[in-house]
Ligand binder design. Structure first.
Ligand SMILES: C[S@@+](CC[C@H](N)C(=O)[O-])C[C@H]1O[C@@H](n2cnc3c(N)ncnc32)[C@H](O)[C@@H]1O
Length: 237
């Protein structure tokens, strides 16, 4: 006996029913975040510059953002997730403006919770070592974000265009920092993400989505790797 034909619509309904009846909350979350992203991506990246580069060449994205959108003007650069300091050092080189200020936040003890199979709790630890630099514009704020960022933000007065670099991978860390910087984030603020769509958009993208929903923010993607893993947005509202 031949199998009954199932059309695409029926398959989608079957997949949705199976997700609802057998799926875990994690699976629902992945599905919800991915569908949400797919529904927005065309509009959000309408004017984006698309770049092709490998992980080791991610400086290309920073260079593009600095050259095209910042044009070497002074910036207040805050990086959340510094580890060995590769990306903050890239930015120190790319933006030599003497008025720029660079702040790196990290516990330097690695991820505070399990992330992926290859990046469990403690991954990326530098065993407390802080990156070495003789650039006087750079300073490091050592500790768990949840112990340092709120106080820093309360005492911080921006002097230049704000550039935030979210490279902490985790939903919790990313959302915590965005929420605590909300009073400084303005239209024109640039925010870079290093793992935007990791784990089906349930980490950095989900944090941005929840931040925007909670604080009535909006954004446009200004430059992105073609797979949307690494990108830069500009806050528009
Ligand atoms: C992927 S690494 C950063 C890589 C770095 N930007 C580079 O250029 O190589 C992620 C970093 O985020 C830090 N991190 C994540 N969540 C944190 C939190 N809640 N508090 C402090 N540090 C955190 C970890 O310690 C880790 O060093």
């Amino acid at each position: 006996m031949s199998q009954p034909q199932i059309n695409v619509e029926q398959q989608a309904v079957k997949a949705a029913v199976s997700l609802l009846t057998q799926g875990t909350p994690d699976a629902w979350n992945r599905h919800y975040r991915s569908v949400h992203f797919q529904s927005l991506i065309q509009e959000k990246s309408r004017d984006a510059l698309f770049l092709d580069f490998e992980y080791k060449d991610r400086k290309k994205l920073y260079q593009c953002v600095n050259d095209r959108f910042i044009r070497k003007a002074p910036i207040d650069y805050c990086e959340f997730g510094v580890a060995g300091g590769q990306s903050i050092k890239n930015w120190l080189e790319l933006n030599p403006n003497p008025e720029s200020r660079f702040y790196g936040f990290d516990s330097f003890e690695g991820l505070p919770e399990d992330w992926t199979k290859n990046a469990p709790k403690g991954a990326y630890t530098t065993k407390g070592n802080i990156p070495e630099t003789d650039d006087p514009r750079a300073s490091f704020i050592v500790g768990l974000f949840q112990d340092t960022v709120e106080e820093f933000s309360r005492n911080f007065t921006p002097e230049n265009r704000l550039v935030l670099h979210m490279d902490a991978d985790l939903y919790s860390s990313t959302l915590y920092c965005l929420m605590n910087f909300n009073s400084h984030i303005k239209p024109g603020t640039i925010i870079l993400f290093d793992e935007f769509n990791a784990r089906n958009y349930t980490d950095e993208y989900a944090a941005l989505q929840d931040y925007c929903l909670t604080c009535y923010r909006d954004y446009t993607i200004i430059a992105t790797r073609t797979d949307y893993v690494k990108l830069a947005i500009e806050i528009t509202k």
